[in-house]
Design a protein around this ligand. Structure first.
Ligand SMILES: Nc1nc2c(c(=O)[nH]1)N[C@H]1C(S)=C(S)[C@@H](COP(=O)(O)OP(=O)(O)OC[C@H]3O[C@@H](n4cnc5c(=O)[nH]c(N)nc54)[C@H](O)[C@@H]3O)O[C@H]1N2
Ligand SMILES: Nc1nc2c(c(=O)[nH]1)N[C@H]1C(S)=C(S)[C@@H](COP(=O)(O)OP(=O)(O)OC[C@H]3O[C@@H](n4cnc5c(=O)[nH]c(N)nc54)[C@H](O)[C@@H]3O)O[C@H]1N2
Ligand SMILES: [Mo]
Length: 773
């Protein structure tokens, strides 16, 4: 953390020695070099715990330890020797802590006691669990309408905790489940079912071994799902082309040195990953995809006229899809001039990519936030589905669509009922199993919850994990709304910004982490999670809890439920929490896809949840897979001001969402700072700016409100024209709450129109900016 500010290009491959060095620094910083290493040995092992980092699957959870720098950092972050104790809170008022940076807050260490806010002293004071639960119960019981409370979930929560949480909240009477996935892959959950009938990916890990080519749109595996690098490296070494579309030349998409490979490590060798890396404009993906599809459709027509083999998979298209005619019409009408302008790529480049795609018998299409976090995110996803369908790449071995999920159990939380739009048959089964009437009206997602808060219609906010106040858009308005609440409750492992932006009453409820032993009445428990490829497996911690006062997430949910619902509850909360097998039995009763849950999850590697699309069964209204047309090419046609740039908010290599491991971003050559904006030399010169200048970024808002971040350093970088990038969460004040996909409500964090002005204030304090004040 003593790293000096610098911008210094990184010339090494991703992974390798640089990763090992970074990790050892991090372990020492957390005070756990020895324990950390032992803990890491149990990660993703048959009897160990699931990595709390990303949702990328591990080869059957049976292999030997696979080194992953960022997974290791996530573990070390949780297994730290540092503690955030009542003495710490006694020594610092909330006002004082509000001036600390996000990095400083989490570095205090693991929370040890339940704490309640005391307005008289402006401090958090220790409180007993029973008192804490009764405060929750008191506030929830007096609300005239259960819909005046919001129940947030962050995707680290286990299936067991998530199921109990939705049970409690639905018995209480609302479907208000804003969820981190509303800011993440909601575009997938909403967009993909219309195309192929499921809102999840269709590939398994073994498909990566069989793919002839892999296309990666807007996803940064070297940082955000590093275990995927093993699969990409294997594919590259067997000669399968990997084609990436990303405004950044992300290092891991270029070159990777495998820490697992003694030869690469000893010889300082590396593997070239992408055969082509196209620097697409921010928001230019649909233009690329349409360009590729245009080539496919035209070449197919030409080939068939000459009686050569078809390019499209006509058996599949005729047997399994509808809507190709309309798509082909649209592609015909789409001009190359517009495709080039919107994507920032040449026709030649796009044709080249199309030819690689055309030649592949089995293609995997991978994507991440570069596709989903846009104003037309759900439609972006559907265009990728079109591309896969044209050549029958769904439901074929070695091929498919692969959304890379974020949090380690964000997919599982959805599967077990964390959704603001529950299906009627799920609610019917819940009602039959438990005997209460769940609410039928749809609830709030993140955006609509914040809108309701701003209108003053919400009184209580409960968060199962996460750091809501930092992850959300439009801080100036949304944080004020959080401050106006009667009660905020955070189930957390570490101190974060959300504890400081609190309601009149506020609770911090500290929970066990995934690396820790969870003992209940029947003995030690394991929890279960679902990865990005719908594999469900068990996870059991080994470390002693960070404090004897911690409760597990399921126990905390049960405590809140008992205090809120009391005698009127039809659920025996104690019985369920005593033995998590009983929670899994209940999940199985409500969700038939979990049949024989307890037995199957005990098999090494767990089990796969069926995906209909993988079996070429189409759970859509038409009963077929649907080709869907995207009107036009661009994201948003309203702002054509020549000064406007498209801002993409991105992650550094040293952060986990709002958690900062350091202020550096090694692969992009940034050290000791995060208040920076990347843009290319051409855009700089147009504005009379130079590398190192200080600027303000100002949103081109349509509602008349000013959204500005101050005094960012300009970094001249290889980046497409017309766009720029800055780090999340520092740039979140620039994302207007109204800027979201109208279909999936995903905030457009990767496509905000901004202007750049010379800095108005010469204030170098990052803290004030980070706290958004
Ligand atoms: N270490 C670590 N691991 C993580 C996380 C973390 O913060 N740290 N977060 C977790 C979570 S919750 C998630 S959702 C995932 C996120 O993982 P990713 O999906 O990889 O998310 P980002 O890093 O936000 O952005 C992805 C990439 O999109 C590119 N990009 C930006 N705009 C565009 C665009 O318009 N088009 C295209 N084609 N590309 C674009 C960026 O340059 C970046 O390389 O990772 C998960 N894993
Ligand atoms: N501008 C912009 N905004 C974004 C994004 C972006 O790319 N750009 N990305 C969005 C995405 S993809 C996501 S997923 C969200 C993330 O939003 P969140 O999921 O809300 O945020 P995190 O930073 O992952 O939450 C970190 C906190 O989780 C708590 N925690 C960690 N482990 C545990 C645990 O085991 N149990 C419990 N109960 N708590 C735990 C700790 O207290 C920690 O401080 O942010 C979104 N916001
Ligand atoms: Mo995410």
């Amino acid at each position: 953390m003593s790293e000096r500010k610098a911008i210094r290009p990184y010339h090494h491959p991703a992974g390798g020695w640089g990763a090992l060095k970074a990790l050892s620094t991090h372990l020492i910083e957390q005070g756990i070099p020895v324990k950390g290493a032992a803990t890491l040995g149990c990660m993703n092992q048959p009897e160990g715990f699931d990595c709390p980092g990303c949702a990328w699957p591990d080869p059957k959870h049976t292999s030997s330890f696979e080194f992953c720098e960022n997974g290791a950092k996530a573990v070390a972050w949780e297994a730290t020797a540092k503690r955030c104790t009542p003495e710490f809170f006694a020594a610092h008022t909330v006002t004082e802590l509000s001036g600390w940076s996000d990095y400083q807050l989490e570095m205090v260490g693991r929370l040890t006691h339940p704490m309640v806010y005391d307005a008289a002293t402006d401090r958090y004071l220790p409180v007993s669990w029973s008192k804490a639960f009764s405060i929750v119960g008191r506030h929830l019981k007096v609300l005239p309408d259960p819909n005046m409370a919001e129940f947030y979930t962050s995707g680290r929560t286990s299936n067991e905790a998530a199921f109990l949480y939705q049970l409690f909240v639905r018995e209480y009477g609302t479907n208000n489940f804003p969820d981190c996935s509303n800011m993440c892959h909601e575009a997938t959950s909403v967009g993909l079912p219309q195309s192929i009938g499921v809102g999840k990916g269709t590939v398994l890990l073994e498909d990566f071994d069989k793919a002839d080519c892999i296309f990666i749109f807007g996803q940064n595996p070297g940082t955000n799902s590093p275990r995927m690098m093993t699969n990409l490296r294997d594919a590259a070494r067997r000669g399968a082309p990997i084609i990436s579309f990303n405004p950044f030349r992300e290092r891991a998409l270029e070159r990777f040195q495998a820490p697992q490979s003694p030869v690469e490590m000893a010889t300082f060798g590396s593997t070239q990953i992408s055969s082509q890396l196209y620097q697409v404009r921010v928001g230019g993906d649909v233009a690329v995809i349409k360009g590729i599809m245009k080539v496919l459709v035209e070449r197919d027509a030409a080939a068939r006229a000459l009686e050569e083999p078809a390019v499209l998979d006509w058996d599949f298209i005729r047997g399994h899809t509808v809507g190709l005619e309309a798509l082909a019409e649209d592609l015909k009408a789409t001009q190359w001039r517009d495709i080039e302008q919107c994507s920032g790529l040449s026709r030649e480049d796009i044709e080249h990519a199309a030819h690689i795609y055309m030649r592949a018998e089995r293609a995997i299409i991978v994507y991440g936030m570069g596709i989903t976090q846009h104003r037309r995110g759900a439609q972006n996803v559907q265009q990728l589905a079109n591309l896969a369908l044209l050549r029958g790449h769904i439901g074929r071995e070695g091929a498919g669509i692969c959304p890379v999920r974020g949090h380690s159990n964000v997919q599982g939380d959805r599967t077990v009922g964390i959704t603001e739009t529950p299906a009627a048959d799920f609610l019917d089964r819940l009602e039959r199993r438990f005997g209460f009437k769940p609410p039928r009206a749809h609830g709030h997602n993140v955006v609509t919850a914040l809108e309701a808060m701003i209108r003053g219609e919400v009184r209580v906010f409960v968060a199962m994990g996460g750091n809501f106040a930092a992850a959300i858009p439009d801080w100036q308005r949304t944080r004020q709304a959080l401050r106006n609440l009667d009660l905020t409750v955070h189930v957390s492992t570490k101190l974060n910004r959300s504890h400081l932006i609190h309601g009149r009453d506020a609770l911090i409820l500290p929970c066990l982490g995934r690396t820790e032993v969870d003992v209940q009445a029947s003995g030690p428990q394991s929890i279960t999670v679902e990865d990005s490829m719908s594999m469900v497996h068990a996870s059991a911690g080994r470390n002693p809890p960070a404090s004897e006062h911690l409760l597990s997430e399921p126990a905390i949910v049960a405590g809140m439920a008992r205090a809120t619902l009391g005698q009127r509850s039809v659920v025996d909360w104690d019985e369920l929490v005593a033995d998590y097998d009983r929670i899994r039995d209940a999940i199985e009763d409500v969700f038939p896809i979990f049949q024989a849950y307890n037995a199957r999850v005990r098999a090494p590697g767990g089990f796969h949840l069926v995906s209909t699309a993988r079996e070429r069964i189409w759970a859509t209204a038409s009963g077929k897979a649907n080709f869907l047309v995207f009107d036009g090419l661009g994201e948003d046609r309203s702002d054509t001001h020549p000064e406007t740039l498209r801002l993409s908010t991105i992650r550094s290599h040293d952060q986990y969402n709002t958690t900062l491991y350091s202020l550096s971003d090694r692969y992009r050559g940034v050290y000791g700072q995060r208040d920076i904006v990347f843009l290319n030399q051409h855009e700089l010169e147009k504005r009379g700016l130079a590398d190192g200048d200080r600027v303000d970024l100002v949103t081109a808002s349509t509602d008349g409100l000013e959204r500005r971040v101050r005094n960012f350093r300009v970094v001249s970088y290889s980046f497409p024209d017309g766009c720029c990038a800055a780090y999340y969460p520092e740039a979140n004040p620039l994302v207007p709450l109204y800027a979201h996909d109208p279909v999936s409500f995903t905030p457009s964090s990767k496509g905000i129109p901004v202007r750049i002005e010379r800095a108005t204030a010469n204030d170098a304090s990052g803290d004030r900016r980070q706290s958004g004040e």
